[in-house]
Design a protein around this ligand. Structure first.
Ligand SMILES: Cc1cc2nc3c(=O)[nH]c(=O)nc-3n(C[C@H](O)[C@H](O)[C@H](O)COP(=O)(O)O)c2cc1C
Length: 177
């Protein structure tokens, strides 16, 4: 995606549509410079009042594997060479910290996709205390998203999406556009 001026609008939209959750990864390491590039880009995610209430913890090795055991759907992190925990300071943004952090997580997923890397969002919201403990997060930080990151070793088909006419309205709920 570098030099986006060279991409047509259709190519950019197709790029967004072509992201998939990746759960199988090659063993290849992800260069730390790429991780930094992803997070550097993520800093541009929107947040209420531009408060940027987030921190990002890159996890590898034992810490990563402990997080992969948080619940039965977190196993893809074991497969991945590393993970990124997105945590939000609820004191800084008490009303919007969840959505601010979801934006950041989405930026990570798209930036990784642009660099040929795969991600999958692993839920942390049912295991907040456990996740916090593993990475030593202070109490005011809520682990909002855990992303596995690595080079894809699968090419999943697109998942079903609801059709537009089921979800798109004009002015009032139920009135089709
Ligand atoms: C908040 C959230 C929690 C998710 N939790 C998990 C999870 O714990 N394990 C997992 O394998 N996928 C998880 N996913 C990924 C979804 O299953 C996936 O995004 C969805 O099926 C659509 O597939 P796609 O991302 O390939 O388009 C999560 C996604 C979101 C947004």
């Amino acid at each position: 995606m570098e030099g986006s001026a060279r991409c047509s609008p259709e190519e950019l939209l197709e790029f967004i549509r072509s992201r998939r959750s990746i759960r199988r990864y090659k063993p290849d390491k992800v260069p730390i410079d790429l991780v930094k590039k992803i997070i550097d880009t993520t800093r541009y995610a929107p947040s209420a009042g531009n408060r940027q209430p987030w921190v990002f913890i890159v996890v590898e090795g034992e810490v990563k594997d402990k997080l992969a055991e948080l619940h039965k759907w977190a196993w893809p992190l074991k497969e991945a060479p590393l993970g990124i925990l997105v945590a939000c300071d609820e004191k800084t943004s008490p009303v919007t910290y969840h959505v601010d952090c979801a934006n950041a997580a989405m930026y990570i997923m798209l930036a990784a996709h642009a660099l040929g890397l795969g991600t999958v969002w692993l839920n942390t919201l049912r295991v907040v205390d456990e996740a916090r403990k593993i990475v030593g997060l202070p109490e005011n930080y809520v682990p909002i998203a855990l992303l596995a990151l690595g080079y894809p070793d699968e090419k999943p088909e697109p998942k079903h999406r609801k059709p537009l006419d089921e979800i798109l309205f004009l002015n009032k709920y139920g009135e089709k556009l």
